[in-house]
Design a protein around this ligand. Structure first.
Ligand code: PLP
Ligand code: COI
Length: 359
């Protein structure tokens, strides 16, 4: 893929950038450039370009606005102490996007091209990658693919656009790694057999919002979804996977199928294994969760994802009940979190070969 570059003539000034990077928040500020490449059946992927960041002009009949044929990825670039910039397992994001594109009948973007696009954008906007600081800052990178046909018939698009944008990020939860409270929804599910649960597509997030709203109304931070068939087995949160630590050292995470295969989840399977934990990918019922944390058989619960890293769970609430409140992050949770961020920020040896240098 050949990428042309048109540099922005106006940049965010250095003092303003310093202010933004001091407290970036999550997903509110965007870098000076963006990456775009387009696809048609006749020409394949073409016209790859880096251009100044700016709004898109879309016809009101653009397919994605109506039928949500869209997929996205979320990944981070980390600045190490020596100033170099690294991506964490970008091949895994690229492969997952291939998987999502198959489910949404979108064209496949070759992983090498996905990675080249991410690298090109991060390289041109490298001044936007924050120093780690106290809050584990990074540059959040958001690749996405949309159906850009101007057509209201329902069919896979014949004009598709893939873009990458980037946004400096601090912690996703303003509380940092303090325990969050989860709300158990028994009304809404996010995925079913044959559905889109394992794809990273906007519709899954749209469908999670009403349940997330309910969670907030109930004084909770995030919502937990159960399986769509029996409403019995834990699936995941709106944007994170779940982990349960047992007092005997075992670690359990819900099996794949209708959940998103989180790259943080997969990495923790390997990290925890290396730390000597037995890791089980299996069904875990909400009864096992409730009874386990009440009896002490389950000693820690945490959620994980690119944006949220590893976030301890303080308690689970549902209509009419709650598990005992846990005020502090558990030891195993913190050790796994530390092992992961130490690799990402280059403080520990990358024994798994997960980091890819960009700058
Ligand atoms: N589950 C959902 C629904 C998500 O949106 C995310 C975030 O991307 C995850 C899990 C965690 O995935 P990853 O660790 O690849 O960020
Ligand atoms: C991520 O962790 O990358 C996500 O996509 C989660 C959220 C921002 C939707």
């Amino acid at each position: 893929m050949e990428i042309s570059t048109t540099l922005a003539t106006q940049h965010v000034s250095d003092p303003r950038l310093a202010e933004i990077l001091d407290d970036p928040g999550f997903g509110v500020h965007f870098t000076d450039h963006m990456f775009t490449v387009e696809w048609t059946p006749e020409d394949g992927w073409h016209a790859a370009r880096i251009t100044p960041y700016g709004p898109l002009t879309l016809d009101p009949a653009t397919a994605v606005l109506h039928y949500a044929q869209e997929i996205f990825e979320g990944m981070k670039a980390y600045r190490h102490d020596d100033g170099s910039i690294w991506a964490f397992r970008p091949e895994a994001n690229a492969e997952r996007m291939v998987h999502s594109s198959r489910r949404l009948a979108l064209p496949v973007l070759e992983p090498a091209d996905f990675i080249a696009a991410v690298e090109a954008l991060v390289t041109v906007d490298q001044r936007w990658v924050p120093e780690e600081g106290a809050a584990e800052k990074s540059l959040y990178v958001r690749p996405f693919m949309i159906a850009t046909d101007k057509f209201l018939g329902v069919r896979p698009a014949k004009h598709v656009t893939f873009m990458v944008i980037a946004s400096p990020a601090g912690p996703y939860f303003s509380k940092g790694p303090l325990p969050i409270t989860l709300w158990l929804t028994t009304e809404y599910t996010r995925a079913g057999r044959g559905g889109m649960g394992a794809a990273k597509t906007g519709g899954n997030y749209a469908s999670s919002l009403v349940a997330q709203q309910e969670a907030i109304e109930q004084g909770c931070d995030q919502v937990v979804f159960l399986d769509g068939q029996e409403l019995r087995y834990v699936e995941e949160l709106g944007g994170m996977n779940m982990y349960f630590v047992y007092a005997d050292g075992r670690i359990v995470t819900p099996q794949l199928g209708t959940i998103l295969e989180g790259i943080t989840r997969s990495s923790i399977i390997e990290i925890a294994g290396k730390m000597g934990h037995q890791v089980e990918e299996r069904r875990i019922s909400v009864d096992e969760w409730r009874d386990g944390v009440t009896s002490g058989e389950i000693s820690e619960v945490f959620a994980c994802g690119t944006a949220a890293v590893v976030t301890p769970v303080g308690s689970l609430r549902w209509a009419g009940g709650r598990t005992p409140e846990v005020a502090e992050a558990g030891k195993v949770t913190l050790a796994i979190r530390q092992a992961l961020v130490d690799i990402q920020y280059g403080r520990a040896d990358d024994t798994f070969g997960w980091m890819r240098r960009i700058v």
